[in-house]
Write a protein that binds this ligand. Structure first.
Ligand code: SF4
Length: 337
């Protein structure tokens, strides 16, 4: 389904500039942008992936991972193809590393998607699996419909969305679950093949300032973004720019794609990062992809009491009562009902 894109401008000699993400591609007549999902057709920028669904499933919100927004709720997860990064260790590379050929997708209109979510009893819709910014218009229309029906909305994103697009989306967006892949531009150059560190941080700060619930994830890859200097810098930035209450998920890398030769992240490295996060002053630091680890749980930032006991994506016990710790009564930041 071809749709004229939102957010683009005309340039001299028939070129068009896409303003959806921070690459801001200048696209020649008949050509596509960097992500290969937008094409300059006779002077109009069209999206080639509007409603083109590659993946669809019902998941607990913990799987995204999001831990401080309706724990235990089940959301409809949906994705298309393509990405504006090319991470060598991408776990969804089969759909994210789109090369411009056949997509293997099924068309699902935004109304149909919403009906599906309601029928399945979802409490929200997560745009995930590939970078949601790429089918921005579809997610915007879907988010509006979802909010009209009382559902929540979540972007699982690399954060390279443009500020224009994020401002347009934010009135209908509840959660911005963003990857902070590193702190230094050199790390983003290795992981995403672009200088994006500052841009990702800016859009994350903007999401927070626009009132969207933010949770950050850093997938630690051995030898790429596992230095103390880098992890400490991420933790300090989260504290200073987003606030001590912002959850930071540190997840274990498993070999994929071009990084199949690397080893999984040692658990000691993840635990060291956890300590760096806590030393920086963050209240909620979590380990991911280490099933059964005690730091999958939520502990009260004030008294240290166990609040939510988890096993992988499952909530086993929730001791938050009316948004407060049931041990000491301190408010727990997040959305609990
Ligand atoms: S979405 Fe980003 S990568 Fe794709 S065409 Fe637009 S600016 Fe380029």
């Amino acid at each position: 389904m071809l749709r004229e894109s939102l957010l683009y401008e005309r340039l001299p000699r028939g070129y068009l500039r896409c303003l959806i993400c921070q690459r801001r591609c200048s696209i020649a007549p008949g050509k596509r942008g960097w992500c290969l999902t937008r094409e300059n057709r006779r002077g109009r920028l069209v999206s080639l992936i509007y409603g083109e669904v590659s993946s669809l499933s019902m998941n607990p919100i913990e799987k995204k991972p999001v831990f401080h927004f309706l724990p235990g709720s089940v959301w409809l997860s949906v994705g298309s193809v393509g990405c504006n990064f090319r991470c060598p260790g991408c776990q969804n590379w089969q759909i994210a590393h789109y090369k411009g050929g056949p997509m293997g997708t099924t068309y699902v209109g935004p109304g149909e998607l919403l009906q599906m979510a309601l029928r399945e009893g979802a409490q929200g819709i997560s745009w995930t699996f590939n970078e949601p910014t790429l089918w921005f218009q579809y997610t915007l229309e879907g988010a509006r419909l979802a909010k009209e029906q009382g559902l929540f909305t979540n972007y699982v994103t690399n954060g390279f969305i443009s500020p224009e697009a994020l401002r347009m989306l934010s009135p209908w967006l509840d959660v911005f679950r963003v990857d902070i892949k590193g702190f230094f531009e050199e790390t983003y150059r290795k992981i995403a093949h672009t200088r994006a560190a500052q841009g990702v941080r800016s859009s994350t700060e903007l999401a927070r300032n626009l009132g969207v619930h933010v949770e950050c994830v850093t997938n630690i890859v051995p030898g790429v973004n596992d230095s103390v200097e880098e992890l400490r810098a991420i933790a300090r930035w989260i504290k200073d720019a987003l606030g001590v209450q912002t959850p930071w998920h540190i997840s274990r890398f498993y070999p994929h794609c071009e990084w199949s030769h690397l080893e999984p992240t040692p658990v000691e490295t993840l635990e060291q990062a956890w300590h760096l996060g806590r030393e920086a002053g963050l209240w909620y630091v979590y380990l991911g992809n280490v099933p059964g680890h005690k730091w999958e749980n939520t502990y009260c930032h004030s008294c240290g009491g166990l609040l939510i006991r988890r096993y992988v994506f499952q909530v086993l016990q929730n001791r938050i009562r009316n948004g407060r710790c049931s041990h000491c009564g301190s408010p727990v930041p997040g959305r609990w009902q």
